[in-house]
Design a binder for this molecule. Structure first.
Ligand SMILES: NC(=O)c1ccc[n+]([C@@H]2O[C@H](COP(=O)([O-])OP(=O)(O)OC[C@H]3O[C@@H](n4cnc5c(N)ncnc54)[C@H](O)[C@@H]3O)[C@@H](O)[C@H]2O)c1
Length: 361
């Protein structure tokens, strides 16, 4: 593999919204350096290259493949299988945004090739690299909330804040399950990271009169279960609160993760008659406040240093290419997420198509 100045040469494909987060990450990676970018929209590629001081704007994917050791794929999911196939055929190291593929048949072929060739596929499952999830994982490992009984994940969004729900032609509309397929990998690998692979139990998909074209099922609940733990994923396209919140209820405590603030806190307060006059919420708010005072300076420092979860993911991929760390995303995790995204997305589509005419709610 050609390396200049002992650094891997990275080429980034797809210069849209998420590309800047990747480029900021590569800037901090010790063993890799971005040598060029490519986008079907050349103006976007030129603008991004100028902003980040990247020397090369490639004319084609072939040109990029010839010049690079690592290919970072930041294009829409529908294009991933085709681009990833060419990256693997060229023997380059792939880094790719989630969802890895849209079609399960593509994954069957790609997954087999990846395993047969012993290739390391780094998928941008970046929640694993957030402070809040890492801290939650540590608390679970230490048994701080006892046995995990429930995981409740709320993804509450609306047209007001979600660019994928507005406009006429966003690519997420063509995904199985619409907009939810784009975010499902986060939920599934988040759960897999915290508690292991869970089985799909049920999907309930409603289409209300408010349903935006980007989410034909605008109210969805997915239930998963494993060894005495039940997880629910709640998706709403009608909630202006714009929340991404995970609650893990254990036999002796509760962990809450506010994803957008990258903040998690632990509550172990039990009911008692003495506490009732003050209200349980007061004790829990005090616990959250104390945790926040300790946590926020670190959060702000990370932001100042631009140590985003994406940057940490890319640093982990860079270390693993150099043999200095494990792969950021094990194959088993990618396989689980990809298969379940497809199952859930297809089931949402099936219910909307066959079972549930537009509700009058
Ligand atoms: N991890 C996260 O938090 C996160 C957040 C946003 C997006 N994403 C993922 O990142 C990927 C890209 O999303 P986005 O929001 O940046 O999309 P986007 O539409 O903003 O940008 C995609 C870019 O890819 C280009 N493109 C399309 N097909 C191409 C091809 N065949 N070759 C070269 N360029 C091509 C488009 O011209 C566009 O500039 C998606 O898989 C999405 O799910 C992840």
């Amino acid at each position: 593999m050609s390396m200049v100045g002992k650094k891997y040469r990275v080429g980034l494909v797809g210069c849209g919204h998420i590309a800047s987060s990747h480029l900021r990450g590569w800037r901090q990676a010790r063993g890799s350096s971005v040598c060029g970018v490519f986008d079907l929209n050349r103006d976007l590629a030129v603008e991004l290259a100028t902003r980040f001081g990247i020397p090369m704007v490639f004319q084609s994917l072939e040109e990029l493949l010839e010049s690079c050791d690592v290919v970072d794929i930041c294009t829409p999911p529908q294009t991933h299988a085709g681009i990833l196939t060419r990256v693997l055929e060229a023997g380059r190291l792939p880094v790719i945004e989630k969802p890895v593929v849209v079609d399960l048949a593509d994954w069957a072929a790609l997954g087999s090739k990846i395993q047969a060739d012993g290739v390391e596929l780094a998928v941008a499952h970046h929640l694993k690299f957030t402070r809040s999830f890492q801290r939650c994982k540590r608390w679970l490992h230490e048994g701080r909330i006892g046995r995990v009984l429930r995981i409740d994940w709320h993804f509450l969004t609306s047209r007001e804040t979600d660019r994928m729900l507005t406009g006429e032609r966003h690519w997420s509309r063509e995904l199985p399950g619409g907009r939810w397929f784009e975010t499902l990998p986060h939920n599934l690998y988040g759960i897999h990271y915290l508690c292991g692979a869970m089985e799909l139990s049920s999907v309930t998909a409603l289409r209300t009169i408010e349903a935006p074209p980007g989410a034909p099922a605008d109210e969805v609940v997915v239930v998963l279960e494993r060894a005495g733990t039940i997880a629910t994923l709640h998706f709403s396209a009608n909630c202006r609160l714009n929340q991404r919140k995970v609650t893990l209820i254990g036999s002796t405590g509760v962990i809450t993760i506010d994803i957008l603030s990258d903040f998690s806190w632990l509550s172990r307060s039990r009911d008692s008659k003495m506490r009732r006059p003050f209200g349980r919420s007061l004790t829990e708010s005090a616990e959250a406040m104390i945790a926040m005072i300790a946590d926020r300076p670190m959060y702000l420092l990370d932001r100042l240093r631009r140590r985003s979860p994406h940057a940490r993911f890319i640093a982990a991929a860079d270390r693993s290419f150099r043999g200095a760390g494990p792969p950021p995303t094990p194959f088993e995790e990618i396989d689980y997420v990809t298969r379940y995204c497809h199952r859930i997305g297809s089931e949402i589509d099936r219910q909307i198509r066959e079972c549930r005419p537009e509700s009058t709610f």
